[in-house]
Design a protein around this ligand. Sequence first.
Ligand SMILES: Nc1nc2c(c(=O)[nH]1)N[C@H]1C(S)=C(S)[C@@H](COP(=O)(O)OP(=O)(O)OC[C@H]3O[C@@H](n4cnc5c(=O)[nH]c(N)nc54)[C@H](O)[C@@H]3O)O[C@H]1N2
Ligand SMILES: Nc1nc2c(c(=O)[nH]1)N[C@H]1C(S)=C(S)[C@@H](COP(=O)(O)OP(=O)(O)OC[C@H]3O[C@@H](n4cnc5c(=O)[nH]c(N)nc54)[C@H](O)[C@@H]3O)O[C@H]1N2
Ligand code: SF4
Ligand SMILES: [Mo]
Length: 866
Amino acid sequence: MNTTCPYCGVGCGVSVRDDGSVAGDVSHPANLGRLCVKGAALGETLNASGRLLWAQVDGARAPLETALESAAARLRAIIDQHGPDAVAIYASGQLLTEDYYVANKLMKGYIGAANIDTNSRLCMASAVVGYKRAFGADAVPCCYEDFAAADLVVLVGSNAAWTHPVAYQRLVQAKQQRPALRVVVIDPRRTASADLADRYLPLRPGSDGALFSGLLHWLAQHDGIDSSMLPHLNGVAETLEAAQPWTLARVAAVCELEEAALADFYRLFTRCERVLTLWCMGVNQSATGSDTNNAILNVHLLSGKLGRAGCGPFSLTGQPNAMGGREVGGLANQLAAHMGFSDAECDRLQRFWRSPTVARRPGLTAVALFEAVARGEVKAVWILGTNPAVSMPEGNRVAQALAACPLVIVSDVMAHTDTTAFADILLPALGWGEKNGTVTNSERRLSRQRAFVPPPGEAKPDWWLLAQVAQRLGFGDAFGWTHPAQIFREHAALSGFENHGQRAFDISGLAQLSDAQWDRLQPVQWPVNARFPDGCARLFGDRHFYHSDGKARLLPCAAPAATPVSAALPLLMNSGRIRDQWHTMTRTGAVARLMQHIDEPFIALHPATAQRWGLASGDLARVQSAHGWMAARVRLDSGMRLNELFAPMHWNRQFALQSSVDALVAARGCPHSGQPAFKQTAVRLAPLRADWQGWLWQRDIAAPDGVRYWARAPQAGAQRLTLAGDGTAHDWAQAQLATQGMKLQQAVGAAGEYRLLAWRDGALQLAFYAAPRLPTLDQDLIAAAFRAPPGDAAGRFALLAGRAAQSSGTGRIICSCFGVGENAIRQAIAQGCDSPAALGTTLKCGTNCGSCLPELKQLLVTPATA
Ligand SMILES: Nc1nc2c(c(=O)[nH]1)N[C@H]1C(S)=C(S)[C@@H](COP(=O)(O)OP(=O)(O)OC[C@H]3O[C@@H](n4cnc5c(=O)[nH]c(N)nc54)[C@H](O)[C@@H]3O)O[C@H]1N2
Ligand SMILES: Nc1nc2c(c(=O)[nH]1)N[C@H]1C(S)=C(S)[C@@H](COP(=O)(O)OP(=O)(O)OC[C@H]3O[C@@H](n4cnc5c(=O)[nH]c(N)nc54)[C@H](O)[C@@H]3O)O[C@H]1N2
Ligand code: SF4
Ligand SMILES: [Mo]
């Protein structure tokens, strides 16, 4: 059975075997059989504990029917009393297209206000603005096959090696096959993706717009303009004029780059016939996010590098259905099927939906939406497939807003998230493997997600939950679907409705699919219509764009904003993703294998910056911004620029006491897109002092009390917490650990060391090891004792010591696919393995998804540290 991965926008095809194990789908054009670690671990997320299986109303389990009645009645009361604008939906690029279509139709077509926005506001909004301003349509012109045909690939603000691993591996392969292919990586932080770069440009954060304006100016001066493009472009003269001040010297100064390196990149871009620019959150999540998108689009348009194999401006989508959400109009400032709010478009949609009230003006975008909740203007919010209490900027304010909101409905697959904690009504949604529908990936390719396991508990598809509430609100006929294929056909028909070639998104060719044909639908790239019955790999080869005059537009780009640091908050914090976690960890955080690569919230900073703030590797730090603070472990990284730090976005209150990065991030960003500037937060740094630090293994996930810091990582058979506290560890353990009825083994060491094992009926229940500094232990030995306790006294003694007689620890897991740890890799290197290929032959590491190859290379060149 074939389906699609529910994580990133690469949109890999997944084959599910009869035993439930997964493999890459060799027939899927996005991945041709490959999967990354997260995709390969999908089988381990099925049957996850902690699922939301039953509805809840006001904190108590309720029959689903009651919850749906209650949701509709409370929404109706608020709409009747306060009007449709008092209601909002906050949706997600992880919903299926069919779910998304229904949410949008309910809000914009029937409730009659446009207050539906989505987490794509945090993600793709700047790209949408960029494409619409340049092309007149939100249309990504490129496809993955372009990697293999390019002469130059530019990665800007994308750590694809970790975030779009299979796409990145396709790039790696292309470079192996054609070493002449050049790769340039532009990122203030030297990431795993920079590993492939022929040239790496560590620019000043937020200065990308200047870099690309400078390139535009350079193109004009160095014969880089494709004159055959000029009849198809508007705005050339004023944009070139605006770019004129961006001389090489000025760009170099503003971006804090070397002139020679910059000129080298500009020459490469000008000279190469086929240039592909890939970008992601480093561009979009910025105060000038939309303008930087246009600065990138400008250089491709003016140099004619688009619409052909191997070239084009390719914005990578984050979530599996970020693109699908853009198609159905999930954002508050667009209607369905790529329509806007002109009278003609509103009328057209109203005709098609035969709805009473299509919204006539844009609704609230994510940040404004939660502010309106906080002010009490929005009194009901339905949150589906996203975890805003973690992922929205100024997370504490979002949490307060939700706490004060009269009606919070949350549909999720997990029972306990930072957001479900605020739900008045909780609706259990079907998750991956259980639900049926379509998604669209970065390259406009529609693929099917198919169900292959029975629905658990009372969980239901998101579209069904929405339609049931819509029916109870009195909108019955328009929400009467019984199968997702019916919704898909309606959506496809709308895309072609009165289109006449005016809207890029057109899948009318799929509007007549039977249920069975929809079920069998093979991956296909839109448009799919009479002109392109089998889909279309690249757009704009004909140089016809979607502005009313058929031309594309160059746009002057704003100068980079000032970096928001000050004397009180002198450091700049960047945030983003790590390889093996997905967003707020609701699914990946429970998979022991995926927690092995990086198992604690951290900040990465240059050794000199750390020293300046009194921090050493492994210390706990307290990071403070104008909005909040968090605790994280210090990681030294000489690939960081001075006075900057990087923090992962993933940790939250389910996995740590106080390590949510969005508690610190300000809710400000790009004025054109409303996308927050997640990559730039002004902070200060101090050591987080505690009298002791320790490790606690326990069987359940209960959060400990009375400590300054904790972070949790699941292991097979136990939960492992890292702790820091004040007083003595012994006193804390006596007061806080519920060890009644257990047999205790304790040891108090000289310099403040303390160890405790607690047994019941011969089974280990708790293991706690503390010292003034975090003790080094044989983690595998301790975790294993929860599955099979040691059989003899010597074994139990070693367990209490936290060290096997002979250490056999794996160390940090580098290759998650085969569970290969740093220690084994170091040993193999010492024994003569001198390349990733040699390591792969000996240990298998790096031979599956390949996303650890940059780290293997790193280990080959860096000596082991103590
Ligand atoms: N493992 C994993 N993969 C994922 C996800 C996940 O949660 N985990 N999430 C998916 C989603 S929704 C998304 S949106 C994508 C995001 O994918 P990416 O955008 O690749 O990931 P990020 O880590 O958010 O940020 C990318 C890079 O932007 C850099 N950056 C910061 N500021 C600047 C700047 O001013 N200029 C430039 N040029 N670069 C800058 C950061 O240092 C970082 O390396 O990943 C998708 N894939
Ligand atoms: N500091 C900082 N913050 C960021 C970012 C950053 O780079 N830095 N990136 C931003 C970006 S690009 C993004 S995309 C967001 C992501 O942030 P979120 O969307 O908040 O993160 P997720 O953890 O993916 O949340 C998805 C939720 O949906 C649930 N879920 C999973 N499957 C289903 C389903 O089928 N139906 C339903 N109803 N629920 C389901 C999951 O359990 C989870 O609770 O974070 C943004 N926040
Ligand atoms: S690259 Fe993205 S879509 Fe492909 S397997 Fe990995 S997470 Fe899934
Ligand atoms: Mo995203």
